[in-house]
Design a protein around this ligand. Structure first.
Ligand code: GTP
Length: 259
């Protein structure tokens, strides 16, 4: 049997032949109810479609917001990485500045005293003794007077570089004062220290600053070997006294400290 359509039903209900059929009112009632239900269903479907659209656009909006937050977070992370990196660099620079002489870039007194403390400890634990060498540029005032303070600065830097080149990796050269340097030679007894210092003095004599052919440099040195249980300040003083003696003896030479 072919399915009933609305038109078939309408024809049946309006057919004068069936006007007296007792089922007619029931059929009309069923038709009206079916139409009402259909309308209701269509309405519900429209609402469902609409809310589906809203849900879709809300989801899209949320995804966009999420992407935006993610990009913002990535940007913040990049900035924070850069910030952390520059903080670390700054920290490193500060650390260096606290331990370095700004002119010659050598270790400063603070770093040398720290290393000296460690060396004394090592010596107390039975390692072989170390030697300290106080170095002082000769007649440096004349260099400044004859060639100018700026050239004096360059001469100091050249001297520092030359001294370091003659040392071993574990030795330390610090700028002690104006034109004074202090060498820490770990695990080095006097005889070996003398060889090192003679090498340093010879190298300083050979320094030539371009354009200033007349400029000649030399240094005097006082050596003191650390004595077990000696206060290290005393070792420094002994090296200093030996240096004064080297100056008195005519400069450009080394002198060994008395114990
Ligand atoms: N250009 C320059 N000169 C410095 C610096 N520090 C110290 N000096 C100079 O070094 C000279 C040291 O002079 P003095 O202590 O009289 O000693 P000197 O002329 O080297 O003579 P002796 O040590 O006796 O051989 C002074 O003229 C200081 O101004 C510095 O950083 N740069």
């Amino acid at each position: 049997m072919k399915p009933w359509t609305d038109a078939d039903l309408e024809r049946l209900l309006t057919n004068p032949e069936h006007q007296d059929n007792p089922l007619l009112p029931a059929l009309e009632w069923l038709q009206q109810r079916e139409q009402a239900q259909r309308k209701q269903l269509e309405k519900l479907l429209r609402i469902a479609d609409c809310s589906d659209g809203i849900a879709r656009s809300q989801t899209h909006e949320l995804l966009e917001q999420y992407d935006k937050q993610l990009r913002r977070l990535e940007k913040i992370t990049r900035i924070s990485d850069r910030y952390q990196h520059s903080l670390m660099e700054l920290n490193e620079q500060l650390k260096q500045a606290a331990q370095q002489d700004p002119l010659t870039k050598l270790a400063n007194r603070r770093l040398l005293m720290a290393r000296l403390g460690e060396e004394v400890e090592r010596c107390r634990r039975g390692a072989s003794p170390f030697t300290l060498v106080m170095l002082d540029a000769d007649h440096f005032k004349r260099i400044n007077d004859d060639f100018g303070h700026e050239m004096g600065d360059r001469a100091l830097c050249m001297m520092a570089e030359t001294i370091v080149q003659q040392l071993r990796g574990y030795d330390l050269c610090a700028r002690w004062g104006g034109e004074e340097f202090l060498l820490l030679l770990p695990q080095t007894e006097l005889e070996q220290a003398c060889h090192i210092v003679e090498r340093v003095m010879a190298a300083v004599r050979g320094v030539r600053l371009e354009k200033e052919e007349q400029l000649r440099l030399s240094i005097s040195a006082g050596l003191a070997m650390y004595q077990p249980d000696e206060n290290v300040d005393l070792t420094i003083n002994r090296a200093d006294a030996a240096l004064i003696q080297a100056k008195k003896n005519g400069r450009d030479q080394l002198q060994i400290a008395r114990t």
